[in-house]
Design a binder for this molecule. Sequence first.
Ligand code: SF4
Length: 166
Amino acid sequence: QQTKILVSACLMGFKVRYNGSEKAALQETLQRWQQENRLIIHCPELAAGLAVPRQPAEIVSGNGADVMRGSARILENSGHDVTAHYQLAAWLALQAAQHARCSAALLTDGSPTCGSQFIYDGTFSGTQQPGMGVAAALLEQHGIRVFSAEQLPALVAWVNEREKSQ
Ligand code: SF4
């Protein structure tokens, strides 16, 4: 069975900062997978009705899993509490992934929603810390393997291995 992959919508627009060769590899692979009908392109924050453009938001005192269990909050830099919107965003990402039978996700790193290797530390000072955003954490909890865009080679290998053993 063909592996379906949930992809952060903003990766398809390549608005993220990568060096030239990483960007070319990402573009080439995503184009191929799209032609093969593997991709479910999704923005959890847009799906949850968050505005465009929106205020920067960070997880305060915890990570995405903490937010989903209610022990950490997500605040905009104005101090406005948007925790419920981001929890909804995570559930909508899970719903989209499960509906399309995705077994993996390729997500934009650093986001309080899609981050998988790192998030920001809640001080709005540009300080990174290891951790996952809300959607990445919820997807992983439900058995969907999450990869950051920087881990594309690992995802390609994982897909090949998975399909070989089927
Ligand atoms: Fe949407 Fe943000 Fe995820 Fe990009 S990183 S898909 S803008 S929620």
